[in-house]
Design a protein. Structure first.
Lengths: 290, 552
């Protein structure tokens, strides 16, 4: 049993192939610690966590942690994760998705998971560039970004994922940064414990194709420092609009919004426990057709 | 042999389907076997809808070209179907809406006025007149309405039906057969029941004709049947949700048609690689693309056989009637779990939306296959290499070690691999499952033969064309050979079922002869094709005519 093992044993034997300096290491280790601490403090058995990965550098994380996982396909981690959560509401399902993965290929799924308040946590590794396919623009690349498919610079503006998630109905919205480790871990724990759809956007350093460390270090600040609450939609909207993913304005980090709402699939829980009489149920129903 | 055909037609949105089912219910009450073909354009109101209800003493699965009774709710019913009207066809029509027809007028407007009845009861006047003309007692209609009409509308419908009956005298007598009636259901409904019988926990679908009614049926009966029913944002999400549900232990099925199945194919391939069971009810309609949404075709056989990148085993079954639909919807689900593969129940609009007499006791034993579960004796490895290729299943949190499913090539634990030996080994493990599956298919009743077993002429068909082929073949003393299971193809059974046949004619609802192509791929000859690709199924008479031309 993996239950009760110290956090160090959560690292799997799979060979790690991220570039040196990759922001994914921060996410991996802070998630590992978050899971171990939740197991310890909340009594959630490690066997109850299920990680679902998209395809991209981020997805490798599910190989690297010794936890239940489903390494899914590009853009589609979220509906798969929703299925797992509906089948067994006792599981804690965490999706690791990329910005190309979920904001381009799978955007519809992200919006619908927020809309239906699926009881899953979505961690977006937003490095604002495609890594595995070697350096093209993504939906959050800044205006003018020169990628391998757009050498003249993009003429479209980035989407603002926090704003999008807020208006789509997400009930937990947060932003982290891979160079701010402790807040990242705390955000993970809060997001996992939140009942309903938790959205965590992480500004992740891509050491090879788009290293924004200097800019981020200069621009970021913690929303908590301003002593604001997380209950106001309007305030969260204003905060999420403070930075437009292109300009050099301040970038707020932390939890912007949190709200309790009924979760998707709650009504199913009564019949998943019901004793089923297959043949009898079918014959009873047929009687109505005679 | 008593054998009747009744057509009812009118404007879309006026309850023609419901009226057709009521006629089917009346025949059922009298002890007949029924088949109902429902023809409707892709619109909500207006246009012309009609239903042909055929009733016979023996089991039937196809309509005929002419009618004994025609119930015309509008002029289109006469003008568009002149070919269906014989000299002795009894025509009953709505006086105000049909201006030129012989036969028996019913002054429906006046009846509704005098009974202070809502417009929705129009059809009841015609149904009452039908019963009266056919010598069917009012008690029969009362019984049928009693079961189908909501209680608060029952009285007014019966009054209107009674007045309709008064308007027409008995002109023929449809005798009761003095045997208990069997229920009439659609293929969609029976697919739902079969899936439930096979152990369905959850059903996920995005609506698309011709299988939307399977989604509606299971959603409507979710509580009675104990099934979770989910309608997500699109077919991509449908397939992915289904795989997530199965990963966590829920037996899950989905339904769609060709266009939706296109979207599902990336998830289908994921099911193949991650070895996650899923059952797909795929209802065909004419393509390519949007095609003819509310009509029928058998054009997606090779799509179903080949959908998804990469090489992985799959099970495809094409039921030919409701009894096979029931047994094999259950069997498909069960096999998908035994082998952790996708199972496809390949149907078409004809079977999915057609109404048929359903005899659950004639469905035979339900094909059941055991799911291999982790026995806890050794540390869990999701993709453990075994002789059968089947790696036992375990579900979090009860697996003792992490359950790691993967869309990448992977090792036994489920970690991604690019190791040459590992890639080849896992591919071979997956394909070994196909060998066991093939043995299970050859041990099941995978090929059905009807007609004259030693006839030199073999008519071959698949799916919904079973009924028409069996009846038409009688006129030529031919045998009818039909694969129920299409993948893996039951070659041994096919060889013996076609032994001695010197002329093989494939009857299909497509333009290129897709079963014929599959047979040729397996080395079985096909001499002639009788194809129909106008969106309509073969009637018995039309098919007999085509076969006469081919056979010469």
């Amino acid at each position: 049993m993996i239950h009760g093992k110290p956090a160090g044993d959560l690292i799997s034997p799979a060979e790690n192939t991220w570039c040196p300096g990759c922001g994914n290491f921060s996410i991996e280790h802070m998630m590992k610690s978050a899971l171990a601490e939740l197991s310890e403090s909340e009594g959630i058995g490690l066997e109850k966590f299920v990680l679902v990965g998209g395809i991209g550098c981020h997805g490798k994380l599910v190989d690297y942690l010794n936890v239940n996982s489903y390494y899914a396909i590009h853009g589609r981690a979220i509906p798969l994760a929703t299925g797992i959560a509906v089948a067994n509401p006792d599981l804690r399902v965490i999706c690791f998705v990329g910005d190309g993965d979920t904001y381009a290929e799978g955007l519809g799924h992200l919006i619908f998971a927020a809309k239906r308040n699926a009881d899953i946590t979505v961690i977006v590794h937003d490095n604002r560039v495609y890594g595995l396919t070697t350096g093209q623009y993504t939906p959050t690349s800044p205006y003018g970004f020169k990628g391998r498919s757009t050498p003249g610079g993009i003429t479209e503006r980035p989407i603002n994922p926090l704003e999008l998630m807020l208006v789509s109905g997400a009930t937990f919205i947060s932003r982290g940064y891979t160079k701010r480790l402790k807040p990242l871990k705390e955000t993970f724990k809060e997001a996992i414990l939140h009942k309903g759809f938790s959205f965590v956007e992480i500004l992740q350093i891509c050491a090879t194709y788009f290293n924004r460390t200097d800019c981020y270090n200069e621009q970021v600040y913690a929303v908590a420092d301003e002593g604001l609450g997380t209950a106001s939609f309007d305030q969260a909207l204003a905060k999420s609009r403070e930075w437009d993913y292109t300009s050099k304005t301040r970038i707020p980090l932390g939890t912007f919004y949190r709200r309790e709402m009924p979760v998707f699939g709650e009504k199913f829980q009564e019949f998943s426990r019901r004793e089923k009489r297959r043949e009898e149920a079918v014959r009873d129903l047929l009687e109505g057709y005679r | 042999m008593r054998d009747y055909s009744v057509m009812i037609g009118g404007k879309a949105g006026e309850g023609i389907n419901t009226a057709g089912l009521a006629i089917a219910g009346i025949f059922t009450h009298l002890g007949y076997h029924v088949y109902m073909y429902f023809d409707y354009p892709s619109l909500i109101r207006g246009g012309h809808n009609f239903a042909v209800v055929r009733a016979a003493e023996q089991k039937i699965g196809a309509h005929r070209d002419t009618d004994d009774i025609l119930l015309a709710l509008d002029q289109n019913c006469i003008d568009r179907h002149t070919g269906r009207i014989r000299d002795d066809t009894v025509i009953i029509h709505d006086t105000y809406r049909v201006v030129s027809a012989g036969g028996h007028p019913v002054d429906v407007n006046r009846i509704l006025d005098e009974e202070n009845a809502p417009a929705i009861t129009r059809n009841s006047a015609i149904l009452g007149a039908f019963c009266s003309a056919a010598g069917i007692g009012r008690d029969v209609l009362e019984d049928v309405f009693g079961k189908t009409v909501p209680e608060k509308y029952l009285d007014v419908n019966l009054r209107v039906a009674g007045r309709g009956g008064d308007a027409v005298d008995e002109v023929m007598r449809i005798e009761a057969l003095n045997r208990p009636g069997l229920p009439v259901l659609t293929g969609n409904e029976v697919a739902g029941l079969g899936l439930v019988r096979g152990g369905l926990d959850t059903f996920v679908a995005y609506p698309m004709t011709p299988t939307s009614n399977l989604l509606h049926f299971l959603a409507g009966h979710a509580d009675d049947l104990g099934v979770k029913v989910i309608h997500p944002e699109n077919e991509i999400a449908v397939m992915l949700m289904a795989l997530g549900l199965a990963y966590a232990g829920d037996r899950t099925a989905v339904c769609t048609s060709g266009g939706g199945f296109c979207l599902m194919t990336e998830g289908l391939s994921l099911a193949g690689m991650s070895e996650t069971p899923v059952t797909i009810v795929l209802g065909q309609r004419p393509g390519p693309s949007t095609g003819v949404p509310t009509y029928t075709a058998q054009g997606d056989l090779h799509f179903a056989l080949n959908a998804g990148q990469g090489e992985f085993p799959r099970f495809i079954v094409a039921p030919g009637d409701l009894e096979e639909m029931y047994a094999w919807s259950a069997g498909a689900l069960s096999l998908s779990w035994k082998y952790q593969i996708p199972s496809i129940v390949l149907v078409d609009k004809t079977l999915a939306e057609g109404g048929y007499t359903f005899d659950i006791d004639a469905a035979g034993p339900i094909p059941q296959y055991e799911t291999q579960l982790w026995d806890g004796t050794e540390p869990y490895r999701r993709y453990r290499d075994t002789e059968s290729g089947i790696s036992p299943l375990a579900f979090p949190p009860g697996s003792g070690a992490p359950v790691k499913a993967n869309s990448y090539a992977h090792d036994e634990v489920g970690f991604t691999t690019e190791d040459a030996e590992g890639i080849a080994g896992m591919q071979e493990k997956v394909l070994r499952k196909a060998e066991g599956l093939r043995r299970d298919v050859e041990s099941a009743r995978a090929v059905e033969m009807a007609g004259k077993p030693d006839a030199g002429t073999a008519i071959v068909c698949w799916g919904s064309q079973k009924g028409a082929c069996i009846e038409a073949a009688e006129r030529f003393d031919a045998r009818v050979v039909r694969p129920i299971i299409l993948a893996p193809f039951p070659a041994e059974q096919w060889r013996s079922a076609t032994a001695g046949a010197d002329r093989v004619i494939a009857v299909e609802n497509n333009a290129t002869g897709q079963l014929a192509r599959l047979l040729r791929q397996h080395g079985f000859p096909v001499d002639d094709l009788a194809l129909k690709y106008d969106g309509r199924p073969f009637s018995v008479d039309e098919l007999a005519g085509r076969l006469a031309e081919v056979i010469g």
